[in-house]
Design a protein around this ligand. Sequence first.
Ligand SMILES: [Fe+2]
Ligand SMILES: [Fe+2]
Length: 168
Amino acid sequence: MALLEWSDDLILGEARMDHTHREFVDCLNALGEADDASLVGALDRFIEHSDAHFADENERMEATGFPPSHCHANEHANVLNLCREVRQMVIDGKIEVGRVLARELAPWFTQHAGSMDNMLAYWLNLDDAGRAEALRISQEKQAEMRAAMAARGEEAEPAMSCGPGCEH
Ligand SMILES: [Fe+2]
Ligand SMILES: [Fe+2]
């Protein structure tokens, strides 16, 4: 059985990202179907895909000034680092760790695509004027939230952060 079935829920409406995400799902399912002997090869293919996939999103965030780009790029880097560590563990004979990683990547991707990538797709589909307006609304909302928190005596997150846990 496939680890992750492609479904309309995963479509973000941004052609390049949707194309890349279909490829992600294919690579992930190939990883899930690999036998012990072909697991490292399937992991290599998955890492090669993810490297290009994440670099493309990172570059597009950079090029368009996507505000929460640091948290999104950090998540990409963490996943890639984890995959590389697990690849070495599989080579060292810990096959089961590779299986756990493959299983965990399916819910991770569903969550990542539905939140960070979804926001990015929305942003990429806007023109410059739309992005400026989205930024203005977001800054206005953040200012309102900060004022409400200050009124309650709570410490507010720094402006334009991605939320709790973001160190920017
Ligand atoms: Fe993505
Ligand atoms: Fe992403």
